[in-house]
Structures are given as structure tokens and as C-alpha cells.
Write a protein that binds this ligand. Structure first.
Ligand SMILES: O=C1O[C@H](COP(=O)(O)O)[C@@H](O)[C@H](O)[C@H]1O
Length: 256
């Protein structure tokens, strides 16, 4: 297991959301001092969207230069644009419609009402990634990737015991028969997620304790997809007290 893996435990979900929101603002501002554009991959899920609302509510929100951030999605639900289930719509409501991000920097995944089929939509997003990569690369240089984790250990729309986890032929995958509704989704592949400099998983609640413990103990990603997550520079699990029951004590970097 990577020595760059850490767990930070917060006393409550609210404390977790607010601490990660502050850390995100500081991290993006710091990276922006070093390079012109920061690439961030967003997640859906209760905590992920809560963090975006926390960024919006922060008095430090505008320490980020919003014109120099590019946003991507780790996964999307295959429903029409504007549908309340879309991770994009939730992110817009929580933060993106409140800050001045240039529209061309918001790289949403295609939606089910665009007249294309699911596989074509996944291929289209892969092409968008390629178009925004540096010369010779297939992917943009992701600086921060947010992930949530479901109670079954899924991350993005990569679910346990499924072939998509080992899919390496494309950076973006069409998902059918998802065990969590809606059944059709688009997801970044595990290798694409792991190309990010920093991967930040944020999760809360007692139903996440067991899969989190298994992921950190190094079980197969086939059993718990979160076990396969590893950012290039750092992988941090931000968790609340309820989710921390089975965390190996030697991985805990900070507790409240
Ligand atoms: O469906 C999804 O679920 C996961 C986890 O969601 P949570 O509400 O249990 O935190 C999320 O990470 C993923 O992006 C989303 O599409």
C-alpha cells in the first residue's frame, strides 16, 4: 500500500465538509500560483456535493481565481440535462452557478437527451479529454480528483464484481445495469482516476465503515473498488467519525 495514503478523521459530517472545502480552496489557490490552469474532477454523492456547497459558503471562496479552473466529472447519471439526479446539475446548484467559471472550462459529460447513444457518449467524453491534454498525452493533467464512496465500496460509477474495473481500453466507460439507479451511467476508468496528482475521497456515515476498512486493508478492488484508488502524489480519505470505525490506526494522519 502506498505511503502516500492517509486518513483524516473529522468529528461530524458537517466538520468534514467544511474542512475539505477549506483545504480545496487553499490547494487550488496554491496550485494557481504555480501554473495557469488547474484541472479538477468532481464527484456526485452527498458528501461531494456538500463540499461544493461548503466552498460556495466559505468567506475565502474567491481566493480561487475561478477563471483559471477547469472542471471535469468522475461519473454521470444517464438522464436528461437539468435532471435533479445529474451530478452536473447538483454541482451547478451547489457552487458552479454562483462563481464566474468560463463556460468552456466546465466539461460536463453528455446527457441522455442529446440524441446520441451511451457508448458514443462515453467515446465523446474521451475525445474531449484528449483534446484538452498536453501534447502527446491522452488526458488532461488532473490536479485534484474528488470521489465519494457508496456503501458497497463503489467509486465514480465503478461497482464491485464487474468487468468495468479492469477496463483499460478506454479512459471513459459506458455503464449498463448499474446496481444503483439510474441503471445507465458514464464513468471515468480506474486508470484515468489514478492519473490524478491528488485523489481525495470524502465519505461519511456508519454504512461506509466496513467498505472503508476493507479498502484500506488492501482487499481486491474487484470486491471494494475504492481499494484500487491511488493518486500519483497523494490519496487522502476524509472521513467522519461514524465511517472511521474500521480504519487501521497506522494510516490515520489526523483526528479531530
Ligand atoms: O451514485 C453515486 O454515488 C456515489 C456515492 O454517493 P453517496 O451519496 O453514497 O456519497 C458517488 O460517489 C457517485 O459520484 C455517484 O454517481
Amino acid at each position: 500500500m502506498s505511503i502516500h495514503r492517509q486518513v483524516i478523521i473529522h468529528e461530524s459530517k458537517d466538520a468534514l465538509v467544511s474542512a475539505v472545502a477549506s483545504r480545496f480552496i487553499r490547494t487550488v489557490a496554491r496550485i494557481q500560483a504555480e501554473k495557469p490552469l488547474v484541472n479538477v474532477v468532481l464527484t456526485g454523492g452527498t458528501v461531494g456535493i456538500g463540499i461544493l456547497a461548503g466552498v460556495n459558503a466559505s468567506p475565502d471562496r474567491d481566493s480561487i481565481d475561478w477563471e483559471r479552473i477547469a472542471l471535469w466529472w468522475g461519473d454521470e447519471r444517464w438522464v436528461p440535462r437539468g435532471h435533479a439526479d445529474r451530478n452536473e446539475q447538483q454541482a451547478l446548484d451547489a457552487l458552479l452557478s454562483h462563481v464566474a467559471i468560463p463556460e468552456q472550462n466546465i466539461h460536463t459529460m453528455p446527457s441522455s437527451d442529446e440524441g446520441i447513444e451511451l457508448d458514443a457518449a462515453a467515446a465523446q467524453y474521451a475525445a474531449t479529454l484528449r483534446e484538452n491534454a498536453e501534447a502527446g498525452a491522452e488526458l488532461p493533467h488532473f490536479d485534484v480528483t474528488f470521489l465519494g464512496m457508496g456503501p458497497d465500496g463503489h467509486i465514480a460509477s465503478l461497482f464491485p464484481h464487474r468487468g468495468e474495473l479492469a477496463e483499460a481500453s478506454s479512459p471513459v466507460i459506458a455503464i449498463r445495469d448499474s446496481p444503483k439507479p439510474p441503471p445507465e451511467r458514464i464513468s471515468l476508468a480506474l486508470d484515468t482516476i489514478n492519473s490524478s496528482e491528488r485523489v481525495w475521497l470524502a465519505l461519511a456515515g456508519t454504512d461506509k465503515a466496513s467498505p472503508l476498512g476493507l479498502a484500506l486493508a488492501g482487499v481486491s478492488p474487484n470486491l471494494v473498488p475504492a481499494a484500487g484508488v491511488e493518486g500519483r502524489r497523494r490519496t487522502v480519505f476524509f472521513v467522519d467519525d461514524d465511517a472511521s470505525a474500521d480504519v487501521p490506526r497506522d494510516l490515520i494522519a489526523a483526528e479531530y
